[in-house]
Design a protein around this ligand. Sequence first.
Ligand code: SAM
Length: 280
Amino acid sequence: MNYRHAFHAGNFADVVKHALLCRLIEYLKHKDKPFRVMDTHAGRGRYDLAADEALRTGEHEAGIAALRASAVWEDALLAPYRSAVEAAETAFGPTAYPGSPWIARHLLRRQDRLSAYELHPVDAKALAAEFAGDVQVKTIALDGWLALGAHLPPKERRGLVLIDPPFEEAGEFERIAARVGEAWRRWPGGTYAIWYPIKRQAQHEAFHEALAEGGMRNVVAADFFREPFSADERLVGTGFAVVNPPFTFAAEAEAVMRALLPVLGVPDRANCGIVALVGE
Ligand code: SAM
């Protein structure tokens, strides 16, 4: 386990992922019935953009820092994301940046719960400390892939599973498509959001195809390209596939990504799109 999210927190991919995650959570709040958010690869919960790791890459400069400096920060569809980021800053200082479990927790109502899984011992400890004493949050130092099998469905039988692995092992794309398919068969009523890096065109197309052919219904992919595919393997974009999205998601995701394009994308080269991989 070499991946540490502290090097990448608040980068363009984090911003797009977190802004779209907020749209999914907000939709769940349309009904009073409780829901559960399960974050299978949670990270440490909160990051300091002035910490050594973040300063070494400086990735947040072209991510959350650029967004905060732009008028797009006030976009209405970003309101829940903005609220989470600003709450973290208010609580922990201007260089704080919330990770996915912190954002989810910020958006929960009293009746909702969060289960956050993290396997790296250092980050799992930080995650547990972040939410110590919070009765609405359970942090679990466990393999998130096991949780997808053993801990589904949650007792609320309503909610969202965020799957945000580090993609450090070969075959990770194939594994995700297979695991999400199994999870969906265990709990077909859940919403599943899968983050993925966009680097190579062939790999990207193969992943879309694997999700499309996994036997699931109602799958869309929101793809944000900072720049077009290149000959090398650099991260050119960020993807967010959703199984069982709310009916509002495609239009909202498109609007959010279009708003972010001029801020996070390479001028005249950035693009985004929503792909319906499987119909309802
Ligand atoms: N979801 C976080 C966010 O948006 O703030 C970022 C997560 S980061 C991309 C992936 C995390 O998964 C890392 O913290 C890594 O240590 C953790 N991880 C790697 N393998 C894991 C596994 N099998 N189960 C749970 N966590 C794992």
